[in-house]
Design a protein around this ligand. Sequence first.
Ligand SMILES: [Zn+2]
Length: 195
Amino acid sequence: MKRTRPTTGQSRWRRSSEFRLIAVKAIRRWNRLRETAPKCGARRKHDGEPCQNLPLANGRCRFHGGLTPRGDQWHKPQLPSSPEKLRRKLADRERKAKKRAARLARMTPEERKQHERWHRTHKPGSAEARAAQRIRRKQDVEARWLIEKLQKASAKSKEAPKREVGQAGLGRRKKPVSGGLRAPAEAPAVVDIFS
Ligand SMILES: [Zn+2]
């Protein structure tokens, strides 16, 4: 079918002040909704602030894991039922396989070794195993944060033990210990690509 331009009737309606009023109202209503709608909230790379995109079903936007499949079969290719999509998907996979083969062929022996080591230690695993890994990574981050904090505190007390006692007194000296054992509030958030 030949593409036709909008009829004069339509364009006159679109140029009318009545139409513009409706459009402006609609966009304002949407902006209000958008402002109060739930957000993705993942840590943004460019400024570290929470992401403001609208989330998908799992609570993250499409850039922050919203499209990441879940469950035990998450790493297996999901083949679409529509023949046209299937053809595109298979062509895509073939193209990527070729690209990967070329990249592997370009690698130096050391790079190849490192690549194989990475793949040995990064198996997809079941959903359960990945959840356990996630918890372990989080605990590692917290432990690292705690150790760093304690090291900093001990370095400080070695530097100026007299001044701290003189300035802070007994009441403040106990605080760092209890603060250190508490769940670390300022600990860096674990970058979680699976949720
Ligand atoms: Zn996001």
